[in-house]
Design a protein around this ligand. Structure first.
Ligand SMILES: Nc1ncnc2c1ncn2[C@@H]1O[C@H](COP(=O)(O)OP(=O)(O)OP(=O)(O)O)[C@@H](O)[C@H]1O
Ligand SMILES: [Mg+2]
Length: 247
């Protein structure tokens, strides 16, 4: 069953039109990847789902309800978490203060319970609770950003380029966490420019270019379409499967 269904979506920012007739279905309990080049409209798609872009027409159905027109805090309350591409932690605050801020609305008891759960998923953060978020490594910061979104108990998590600019070993670790979240029952919509490893963990993939969906299907099928990868993602035909250049 689809937990999220983006239907015939046209959206953008004021007069700047970005997405054209986009259709995306996210099955409950799955990992869905959206990939595409810079400026394709990937972030705009997540912004459109989360009430941060202008939707001109079309629908965003979450759990059988059209959420177009709702404010981000209302969408968050319905069970959608968003880890934005940038500015996703408060750099001048400590890790603990970030977690506290993300739990606005929870009682002290609920906060303690939730924070312990989240720290079980990201044990490394336990050692870093008193550190200012601005001093964390790139990988640690991504983990914190995901932890902050988890504090609100989302059913669907929108993740925008959480592996970009990380060393291959950190990419692997962060994506392992994403698989862990899926196993915990959280549905994932993951945006990446082009990460071979992201395709390895995805159940379904959409290729977005110039605001339109150019491919929808299984990751293996997309990987076999070398022309598509070359035209839209600049991936050379000569690259072997699993090449580190693709990660
Ligand atoms: N707040 C905004 N106001 C106006 N135009 C915007 C805004 N944000 C993005 N755009 C424009 O929308 C288009 C799509 O941008 P978007 O950020 O969605 O692409 P992207 O696929 O996420 O790219 P990247 O891989 O670089 O993150 C671009 O032309 C961009 O300049
Ligand atoms: Mg983006």
């Amino acid at each position: 069953m689809s937990l999220l269904y983006v239907k015939n979506l046209y959206s953008g920012y004021g007069k700047i039109r970005v997405l054209f007739n986009v259709n995306v279905e996210v099955v409950e309990g799955s990992i869905t990847a959206i990939i595409g080049p810079n400026g394709a409209g990937k972030t705009t798609l997540l912004n459109s789902i989360y009430g941060l872009a202008d939707v001109y027409s079309g629908e965003v159905i979450f759990d059988k309800r059209n959420i177009v027109g709702l404010k981000p805090h209302q969408i968050s309350a319905l069970g959608i978490g968003y880890v934005p591409q940038s500015n996703n932690v408060f750099s001048s605050l400590t890790v603990y203060e970030n977690l506290r801020l993300a739990s606005t609305g929870l009682s002290k008891t609920e906060f303690v319970k939730k924070v312990n759960e989240v720290l079980e998923i990201f044990p490394k953060l336990k050692e870093l609770l008193d550190r200012r978020a601005g001093t964390l490594s790139g990988g640690e910061r991504r983990m914190l950003a995901i932890a902050l979104a988890l504090m609100k108990k989302p059913r669907l998590l929108l993740l925008d380029e959480i592996t970009t600019d990380l060393a291959p070993i950190m990419v692997k670790r962060v994506l392992e966490k994403v698989v862990e979240l899926k196993k915990m029952g959280i549905t994932i919509l993951l945006v990446e420019q082009y990460a071979h490893r992201a395709l390895e963990i995805a159940d379904r993939v959409y290729l977005l270019a110039s605001g339109e969906i150019r491919f929808a299907g299984e990751p293996q099928e997309l990987l076999s379409k070398k022309e598509l990868l070359e035209i839209y993602l600049g991936v050379q035909k000569s690259f072997g499967e699993g090449s580190s250049q693709l990660s």
